[in-house]
Structures are given as C-alpha cells and as structure tokens.
Design a protein. Sequence first.
Length: 458
Amino acid sequence: MSDLTTLLEVGGPVAALGGGATYARAKHPGVYWSTVGLPISTARLLGSYGSVMEACGLTVAPSRLRVLAVKATTQREVRPVPPRRGLIRPASTGLRIRLRLAPGQEPADVAASAERLRHAWGVHAVYVSTVKPGVVELRLVGFDVLRRVRMPRKVGGGYLRIPVALREDATPFVRDYRTIPHQLTLGATLSGKSMYLRHLITGLARQPVALVGIDCKRGVELAPFAARLSALATDPEQAAELLPALVQEMEDRYDLIKVRQGIAPSAPEEEITSDIWGLPDHERPTPIVLFVDEVAELFLVATKKDEERRDEMVTQLIRLAQLGRAAGIYLEVCGQRFGSELGKGATMLRAQLTGRVCHRVNDEASAKMALGDIAPEAVTAACGIAPERPGLAVAGDTSGGWSRIRTPYLSLGDAAEICRASAHLVPELAALKPFRPEVPVWPIEAPVPLVQPRPVTD
C-alpha cells in the first residue's frame, strides 16, 4: 500500500508536467520551444552530429596527415570527417549554426539533406543559406511560425523598406521598393490580399512618401486611408484622368534629371545621375507609390468608347512600369486574376512587375500567372494554400527565388487610425492636388463627466 501511495505521489506531478507541456506545445508553441524544445534539440544535435552527417553523406575522407596522427596517438578507427561546426546560437523560434564545408562539398549538398536533418534533430524545418564561399548557415525552426504570426523585434526596415510579413524560416519579409520597384499581388476573395495591402500602406504612411490609389470598387478598399492619400480614383473614369497626371509628373521629373545631367564636364562623377536618388536632397522629388486594387476593372469594357479608354489607361500603366523607377514612381498592382484574357497589354504589363506575391487562388492557372515564370514548385506551393489560413502567400521575384510568407492581422480601424495620425506627412504635389480625396470630419464626442450632480428634491 505504501508503494502505491508513493507511486501516486510521484506520478501526479509528472502527469501534470507532461500535460502542461502538451498544452503549451499545442497552444503556445513559442513557450514550449523556449522551455522544452530548445534544450532537447540542442542535446540531439550535439550528441548525434557526426553520425547524422555521415548518414546524410555529408562527410569526406580524412586527410593523410589526420590519419597518421590518429593512428600514432590512439588505436581507434579513423572515421570520415564531417563539416566543421560553429557555435550554436539559440533564438525564440529556433537556433542557428554555421558549417564550414569540407573540400569538395557545396551548399547544394547540405540543402538536399535538409529534410533528413529535420527528422534527426526533431525540429519543424531546416533552411540552408550561403554566408560566404565555403560557409553555410543552418537555420533550424522549432515550430510552425506561420500558424500564429508574431513579427520579430528587429525587422530591418528603413526608407521605402516595409516589413510586411513573416517568412517560414522566421525571418521578416521586407518589401524594398529601391530593390524591387514594382510588384504584382494576386489572391482570391478572403485570401488575405487586403491585409497585405494594409500593412504596406500603414508602413509607408509613416514615411515622407506620396501615396496614390486606384480602387475601382468605389473605393471600399482604399477610401478608409484617404487621410494619407495624395490622390484617389474610385472608378475607371477618374482613373483615366489620374494616370495621365502621373505620366506627366514622371516626364517632369525626367526633365529635372536631364537638367542635372547638363552640368559642366569638369564636375565629379558622383554628381552625374540617371535617377532621382542621385539628386541633392533639396532637389529630389518625393517618391510616389501607386496602389491599383482590382486591376481587372481597368481592363473590362462594355462599349467601343470604353475600349479606347482602356487602351489609353493600359498604355499609361505600362509606361509607368517601364520608366517610373528612375523617376521615383513605384507600382503595387493587385487583383484576383491577371492574364492575357484581360485584353491587350496585360501580359506586357505583368512582365514589368518584378515582385510577385500569390495568395490562395481559385485555380492553378491564376497561380501560373503570378509564379509560372519564376519556378514550377512555387506554383505548386501556391495551389496548396488552405482557406483556413488567410494571409498565407508565396512571395518571389523574377530572379527565381521564392518562399512562403504570412501577414499578421491588422484591423481596418487600426490601419485607418495610423493613416489619420500620419495625415500631416502628405506631400504637396501640384499635379495630384485635383485628385486629393475628401476626408470626412469625425465628430468630437463630448466628454462624460466623472462627477454626477445631485438629484433635485422637493
């Protein structure tokens, strides 16, 4: 009886501890990783590093000098040499470790064994990146960071660099307009495309940038941010007037650049420029970011007159995409589908949009429109996005690189409040002044008195 009592006394706390760990792993994976997963995975890595590398084929034969040294000092068997391991650097979402490759190895050899390493060390995923020739970094992610997105504290933002989502390797996805000037974002209804757009607008709203919107859904997506917008078109008729103004602004900026290039031949080379970023600060025009929501509405026509207007707008969009970067004009084109069936000029415009973000789509053809010219495996990944995970997307560019990302939740009210608080940053651009949206005046509520008056009695 005493043995049974002792067993119950010991087993109760152990069962409670195991149940708490199971609950934390399901509901709070970050807490579970920091307290349980990180020590276990580190112990597995340190204890099985050599054998795992040998099983994955990542070892090489030892040098003759090493063989002679081992035989001269010990009687043990000379085993193959794994890549030299650096220090283990833990993090809140996983851990990182650098490997110095042995002679004859390449980073692709390690990347091909990433799935084996994941199972051997008991982590959610392993990602391989090249640090410098002969050195790679393994990023071990302890849990699914895209299930509940929490952006890291250090996101590496800056001027025209907006941290908008989280990658599957727990690093921030930063939208850099200086590197990738134009981007195409596709996604079906309720896929998270609007959430992605909110983060972009609120990130740019805090910077000295002119924001221009074309929302042919009567402004239901972009009108809440009117306080921070320099111009807004809510139907194709207004867009047909706004786009020529942007093209004229672009041409005026090119004239400014040409005037700057006409300086004396004896001027230093650093003073000769081919875009606005080479101009002095006091002469540099304010960058403009154009958001086009539901771009298909600009292509749809019903009459012959509408077709002529459509051709003019598409031509102007193509000109902005081809020439706008040097003038500091950047495009964010969004829609549900974007292919040749939209009409003349659609594929030509898409070819100018370097960045690609594809949320959940309704068919494979839509994914191919965004990612088909990047990588076939990216199309497969986009088609596998579940409806239960809004905000999940596949991001890539025309260089061929791609990754899964997910945007954190941001309510429409919070995004609109950020834009209202940043309304003083709206730049003065004469070309866009006629298209400035009207901002509704919010009524000021009377304060509720804290002290109630005494009731009047007879």
